[in-house]
Design a protein around this ligand. Structure first.
Ligand SMILES: *[C@@H]1O[C@H](CO)[C@@H](O)[C@H](O)[C@H]1NC(C)=O
Ligand SMILES: [Zn+2]
Length: 303
C-alpha cells in the first residue's frame, strides 16, 4: 500500500505536475527531477522533429541573400526592469517597445524577455554549437510577433516567436556593459529572488551593428519545456566578449535545491530534414564594393 502511494506520488510529480523538469547537471544530486532525456514526459512536444538547440555545421549552411541585416527598434531606449532567478536560469523582462524587423522575418516581433544559458565557472555552456564547438555562454532575446497578445498564443503560431541567440567568448578584459546584470546576480542567488535593473537598454547587451550582419537562420523550438516548435532562430556568428570572472559569476546562482546553478543548457537535438541558412547579403555588399573599386581602378589605368 505504501509502495502504491509512493508510486502515485512519483507519477503525480513526474507526469501530472509537469513543473519539475531540470537540466542534466541537476540529476546527480536530485534523482527525482526530469532531465532533458525525458522532457517528453513533461511535454510531448519535446519529442518533435524540429527541436532546438542544434549543432550548426557551417559548411552545410546555405547562403541566403534574403537574410538582410535586422532592424532594431527601441534598442537604444533605456528602461527599468525586473531581473529574476526563475529556478532554471536568470531572466530579464523586456518592454514590448523593443522591436525587431527585416532579416526575412515575415512581420515585426516585439521583445518579451532575455535569458542566458551557461556552463560551470566559465566552462562550456552554450546551447547551440558551431561545428561542434560549445561557447561559455549563450543569450536568448525572445520576441513574439506583434499581433499576438500572449506568449501562449504566439507558441500556437509556427512562426509566432523569434529568438536572437548570441554567443559569448572569454576575453582578457571585463565587458563593462554587462556589469548591471552581473553585479545584480548577488541579489538573486535563490529562486525566485528578483531585483530591478535601472537605466539599461538592449544595445548594451548586443553587438555593434556591423557584427550582426553574419547570422544563421533555421526553424526550431523553445529549448525548455514545453519545447513548442514556434521559433524562428537567428544565431549570430560573432561572440560577445566577457572576462572569465564575469562568466564565472553566473555559477554563484543556485537551483532550488541550493546546488550551484551550472550547465543550464539542453543538449543539441537532431536537425532531421531542416536546413540552416546563412546571411550573405553582406557578402554581396562586399563584392559590389570590390567590383566598383576594380572598375574605377581599370578606368584610371586606362587613362
Ligand atoms: C531569496 O530567496 C530565498 C529563498 O526563497 C529567501 O529566503 C530570501 O529571503 C530571498 N532573498 C531576497 C533578497 O529576496
Ligand atoms: Zn534560452
Amino acid at each position: 500500500m505504501a509502495a502504491f502511494a509512493l508510486w502515485v506520488f512519483v507519477f503525480f510529480v513526474k507526469f501530472v505536475s509537469g513543473a519539475d523538469w531540470c537540466y542534466q547537471s541537476q540529476i546527480a544530486c536530485n534523482g527525482t527531477c526530469t532531465g532533458p532525456d525525458t522532457w517528453v514526459t513533461v511535454s510531448r512536444l519535446c519529442d518533435g522533429r524540429a527541436q532546438s538547440p542544434v549543432n550548426i555545421v557551417t559548411k552545410r549552411a546555405l547562403p541566403d541573400q534574403r537574410l538582410t541585416p535586422l532592424t532594431f527598434i527601441g534598442y537604444q531606449r533605456t528602461f527599468h526592469s525586473r531581473l529574476t532567478n526563475n529556478g532554471h536560469g536568470v531572466q530579464l523582462d523586456l518592454p514590448a517597445s523593443n522591436v525587431i524587423k527585416g532579416g526575412h522575418l515575415d512581420a515585426p516581433y516585439k521583445a518579451l524577455q532575455l535569458h542566458l544559458h551557461w556552463g560551470k565557472d566559465g566552462g562550456p555552456g552554450s546551447e547551440h554549437t558551431i561545428d561542434g564547438e560549445k561557447f561559455p555562454m549563450e543569450m536568448h532575446i525572445v520576441h513574439m510577433k506583434e499581433e499576438h497578445i500572449s506568449l501562449s498564443e504566439a507558441l500556437r503560431d509556427p512562426t509566432g516567436v523569434a529568438v536572437l541567440g548570441f554567443f559569448f567568448q572569454e576575453s582578457m578584459s571585463a565587458n563593462k556593459k554587462f556589469d548591471p546584470i552581473i553585479s545584480a546576480l548577488k541579489n538573486i542567488k535563490r529562486p525566485t529572488n528578483s531585483t530591478t535593473l535601472k537605466g539599461v537598454y538592449l544595445d548594451m547587451f548586443t553587438l555593434p551593428q556591423s557584427d550582426m550582419l553574419k547570422y544563421f537562420r533555421y526553424d526550431g523550438s523553445l529549448t525548455t519545456p514545453d519545447c513548442a516548435e514556434a521559433v524562428i532562430w537567428t544565431v549570430f556568428e560573432e561572440a560577445i566578449p566577457l572576462s572569465r570572472k564575469q562568466l564565472a559569476a553566473f555559477s554563484a546562482l543556485q537551483f532550488s535545491d541550493g546546488k550551484p546553478m551550472v550547465k543550464t543548457y539542453r543538449p543539441v537535438q537532431p536537425l532531421n530534414s531542416r536546413q540552416v541558412y546563412y546571411s550573405s547579403s553582406h557578402v554581396a555588399a562586399i563584392s559590389t564594393v570590390l567590383l566598383i573599386t576594380s572598375v574605377l581602378l581599370s578606368v584610371q589605368a586606362g587613362r
